[in-house]
Design a protein around this ligand. Structure first.
Ligand code: SF4
Length: 426
């Protein structure tokens, strides 16, 4: 098979993996030679570094053959897709060629499992090793690791990469049993624990020796994972509890939430429809609140409200449910409470703390900081603004922020063709 064809198949097979934070933006296809600018067919995606920088990565699988049969995955054993496999040399060559042409700044490499976890990991590691040792490649490398692989191989993967990840895929053991019977949450957690220990060890050596080249300090700077949303019946409470566990016990850099997208020839146990994309977005917002705003999962979701409000962002939704804590006086409130004001981001809350050392906060200051006044005003007091408490107590406060109701879509299904009514879908 030609390299170009393999690239098309294996880049397409990798696009379902969200754990390198692909921007997900779809571009027009220029693979036919018409037009310029499309990178999709060549497997180039955009990812965001921890400092917010956007980087382009070659995102491919080493092979889309797989021994496992995870129901949600297009590459599962029973899937009827065209299969392909790169050799390690081919991935090295593609990475270097794209890098030298300035198309990419790094590589994201994953793989289906062939022969055994160790065999697959060895092939993945060989790509990274050859890039680093034979070609002195200084670009970014993100390797997907397999929990069942031996500790020595995970250690090696970490030595040659900047980031390693293991996809947890589903939030609990029961869902994994149903949808990915060969996978085990327990094994994934053990592997994540080992990576966490090794990352911390490398950081300590770097700190103590101030020598980034010391062998013990050579290890990926962090790990991340992906959870699929909407394939099983898990609630947002289950997802956020699992994320809390992963951030606190395994020090993950990121948990990526990937809305399940229907795949060609899906397994019969998968839902027919994908979840609304806004659910993925709300989960990211809730995740952000937990990581940067000091919220606990139990404040955002509960047994009584196990799913996030799709109409409102989680902070606004929390504020409406806890309106007895508002209005907050921006000239007196403590930092943790400023972080909880709807419309006020961490950066602006910190700026307000700085401004109020020299004078009173007024609406004009908030306008200069570009605070979303529509969201913030009912919840704050400034030197020149006191909200109408009746508005804050009003039972329709939520409705004030909810998007206007939309007309239901009318769509024709094949069986409805010819019917003047069609079928109403939500
Ligand atoms: S192990 Fe990975 S590649 Fe294989 S079927 Fe499961 S999710 Fe897909």
């Amino acid at each position: 098979m030609e390299l170009q064809k393999k690239l098309e198949i294996l880049a397409d097979a990798a696009k379902y993996d969200a754990s390198c934070a692909s921007s997900g933006a779809s571009r027009k296809n220029s693979a036919t030679g018409k037009g310029i600018g499309s990178t999709g067919g060549a497997g180039i995606c955009h990812s965001y570094a921890p400092d917010g920088r956007c980087i382009s990565l070659l995102k491919v699988l080493l092979t889309n053959r797989c021994l496992y049969d995870c129901h949600y995955c297009i590459n599962r054993r029973s899937s009827n897709v065209q299969r392909a496999a790169f050799t390690s040399e081919e991935v090295v060559k593609l990475t270097l060629d794209f890098y030298k042409r300035n198309y990419i700044e790094g590589l994201f490499l994953s793989s289906g499992i062939i022969r055994s976890a160790d065999y697959t990991m060895e092939m993945v590691i060989e790509v990274a090793r050859a890039l680093r040792e034979d070609h002195d490649f200084r670009g970014y490398i993100h390797l997907k690791t397999i929990p069942e692989a031996s500790v020595e191989l995970i250690e090696k993967a970490g030595q040659f990469s900047d980031r390693i990840s293991i996809n947890i895929e589903l939030p609990d053991e029961d869902s994994l049993k149903t949808f990915a019977p060969e996978k085990s949450l327990k094994r994934t957690r053990i592997a994540m624990g080992k990576i966490r220990h090794r990352v911390a060890n490398a950081q300590e050596v770097r700190r103590e020796t101030r020598n980034r080249k010391a062998p013990e300090s050579r290890f990926a700077t962090g790990q991340s994972t992906q959870i699929i949303v909407g394939a099983d019946g898990s609630t947002d409470q289950t997802f956020l509890k699992r994320s809390t566990d992963l951030y606190s016990n395994y020090r993950l850099r990121r948990v990526y939430y990937s809305a399940f997208s229907p795949i060609p020839e899906p397994s019969s146990i998968l839902p027919l429809k994908p979840p609304p994309l806004i659910r993925e977005h709300r989960l990211y917002q809730a995740d952000w609140l937990m990581r940067f705003y000091g919220f606990k999962a139990a404040e955002i979701v509960s047994d009584a409200l196990p799913n996030l409000d799709l109409d409102l962002d989680p902070k606004l939704s929390w504020a409406i449910r806890n309106r007895q804590l508002f209005p907050v006086d921006l000239n007196r409130a403590e930092k943790y409470m400023l972080y909880r004001v709807p419309g006020l981001g961490v950066r602006n809350a910190d700026r307000i703390l700085g401004i109020r050392r020299y004078g009173k906060i007024r609406i004009q200051d908030l306008l200069r900081l570009r605070v979303s006044l529509k969201k913030a005003l009912p919840f704050i007091i400034t030197a020149d603004h006191t909200p109408n408490t009746r508005e804050l107590d009003h039972e329709n406060l939520r409705a004030k922020f909810s998007p206007p109701p939309e007309q239901l879509e009318l769509a024709l299904t094949p069986s409805d063709q010819g019917s003047p009514l069609g079928k109403v879908i939500d």
